[in-house]
Write a protein that binds this ligand. Structure first.
Ligand SMILES: Cc1cc2nc3c(=O)[nH]c(=O)nc-3n(C[C@H](O)[C@H](O)[C@H](O)COP(=O)(O)OP(=O)(O)OC[C@H]3O[C@@H](n4cnc5c(N)ncnc54)[C@H](O)[C@@H]3O)c2cc1C
Length: 450
């Protein structure tokens, strides 16, 4: 790695503290890289990639390491290419409603900067204050607002990226439309750092909504919260967020960051509406009616501070659960939203029959449930039992017409399950695409494919 330090002096490290800190992500998996490099611009990225290509060294692109499936965890002898210092917002184009950013900019930072210009970038992962836009693009991240506004792929208009042999490509357009050639932008979004290193991103943005209303609804019966979700959508209302927390999640949040949530309830919905004041006020009344009919208790956030407090609690869920069990298994299944009550019932049944504590929360509006199996990885018997349970959960999800990952990707943790969902012909095609982009298999090897 001495040559690498010569190529990028002051931007490369093999110090033990860097090797330790850049060896894991939020999946909890860990392996030491051989070196860490912090490129400052695309020329630095090209230098690293060409060096790695010539010497057949694996390179792992990394944003902030908040990925849940091990996507940024190094393989043997790999270079970690940390994009965190390429973090400029290059251009905000108000007339064409687009922005051009470097991949290392934090999602939350971009959101706040856009607000100052009365603009709005909808994808809002709960990790928004510490994950990068590059990581969001590579994982096709979603967030609470996905139900109304879609996910990252719906906002990526074009990319600049470095191929595994060092060639620079540009994909997509700056215009509202553009259909010339295959959609390489779409192919790179969600490719989990296995096809190219993304170095610039052009995103579509929207004018900021006029007003927001936030409702908190508590239920004494879990299944009724699922029915409420289905009825709200069936009534023709699309909230900008429709989040679900079960009893155990509420307790965990209250223990970790108390905001005064009642502790005798079975489930809670956090619902947000945005748009024209007269329209969303009427929608909020309709939603209250639906929920009250199902014995839900509705509270409206009275001001921005109350609203922010509720969202803070929502964003605290993941850390709160890690606080209970740092080695929990976290899945993010999705079912068609009208099958949500059924899936919640199945999860409760599986938890009771296996004796493994399962805590659920998630983006109920789009059927995306974060299923947390609270197990101790150091207890081999318990862990093996839990892994078997994961397979049962995935099977039930697929039988209901769902998918085994809504937003966290495949990475390392789900690669052995990919064939449950993807059939051999499609998998073969995906492997061939990987080989065309990366014939030497140096970019994030060992991820996605079993
Ligand atoms: C508390 C918490 C809450 C979360 N909530 C959500 C949520 O609501 N929705 C959601 O979708 N996810 C969520 N996540 C998961 C995670 O934040 C997202 O997957 C995020 O997009 C990862 O971004 P990152 O910058 O941390 O990427 P990393 O973890 O560093 O990397 C993720 C993947 O992207 C690749 N990559 C990173 N940068 C580049 C680049 N420039 N070019 C090519 N490949 C690259 C890496 O190789 C890796 O495969 C959450 C995570 C945590 C810890």
């Amino acid at each position: 790695m001495d040559k690498l330090s010569e190529l990028l002096p002051g931007k490369t490290s093999t110090a033990p503290e860097d090797i330790l800190c850049y060896g894991f992500d939020a999946s909890g998996l860990q392996a030491p890289p051989a070196a860490v490099v912090w490129p400052r611009d695309v020329l630095d990225v090209i230098k690293v990639i060409k060096y790695a290509y010539t010497n057949s060294i694996p390179v792992i692109p990394r944003g902030a390491g908040t990925g849940m499936t091990g996507g940024a965890v190094p393989s043997q002898g790999a270079i970690i290419l940390s994009m965190e210092k390429m973090n400029r917002i290059i251009e905000i184009d108000k007339e064409n409603l687009t922005v051009l950013v470097e991949p290392g900019v934090l999602n939350g930072k971009l959101q706040r900067e856009l607000e100052r210009h009365k603009l709005f970038y909808p994808p809002d992962p709960a990790s928004m204050n510490f994950c990068t836009i590059g990581g969001n693009v590579a994982e096709n991240a979603g967030g609470a607002r996905a139900i109304k506004y879609g996910v990252t792929k719906d906002y990526v208009m074009g990319l600049e990226a470095v191929l595994p042999d060092g060639r620079l490509i540009k994909t997509g357009v700056k215009t509202a439309k553009g259909v010339v050639g295959y959609d390489l932008t779409g192919l790179l979004v969600g490719s989990e750092g296995t096809l190219a290193v993304i170095t610039k991103i052009r995103l579509k943005v929207l004018p900021i909504p006029q007003e927001v209303i936030t409702l908190l609804v508590t239920f004494k019966e879990l299944e009724k919260s699922g029915v409420a979700v289905t009825q709200i959508i069936a009534a023709g209302i699309i909230p900008s967020a429709l989040e679900f927390l079960d009893r155990e999640t509420i307790k965990a949040v209250e223990n970790y960051k108390p905001i005064g949530l009642p502790n005798d309830i079975d489930a809670m919905l956090l619902i947000e509406l945005d748009g024209t004041p007269s329209v969303i006020t009427k929608d909020a009344e309709k939603i209250s009616g639906i929920c009250e009919h199902l014995d839900g208790e509705v509270i409206m956030a009275e001001n921005e501070a109350a609203r922010e407090k509720l969202w803070e609690a929502r964003r605290a869920i993941s850390p709160a659960l890690f606080h209970i069990s740092s080695t929990k298994i976290n899945e993010d299944i999705v079912v068609p939203r009208n099958r949500l009550p059924e899936m919640l019932g199945i999860l409760r049944g599986l938890s009771e029959s296996s004796g493994i504590r399962i805590i659920n929360f998630g983006h109920a509006g789009d059927g995306n449930i974060h299923v947390n199996l609270m197990v101790d990885r150091n207890n081999t018997d318990e862990y093996e039992k839990a892994m078997k349970l994961v397979e049962d959960i995935f099977r039930a999800t697929l039988e209901l017409g769902g998918t085994i990952s809504g937003e966290h990707g495949v990475g390392l943790t789900k690669k052995n399950y990919i064939t449950m969902e993807i059939r051999p012909d499609e998998l073969e095609l995906m492997k061939k695409i990987k080989a065309v982009f990366d014939p030497k298999n140096i970019l994030n090897p060992g991820k996605i494919f079993p």
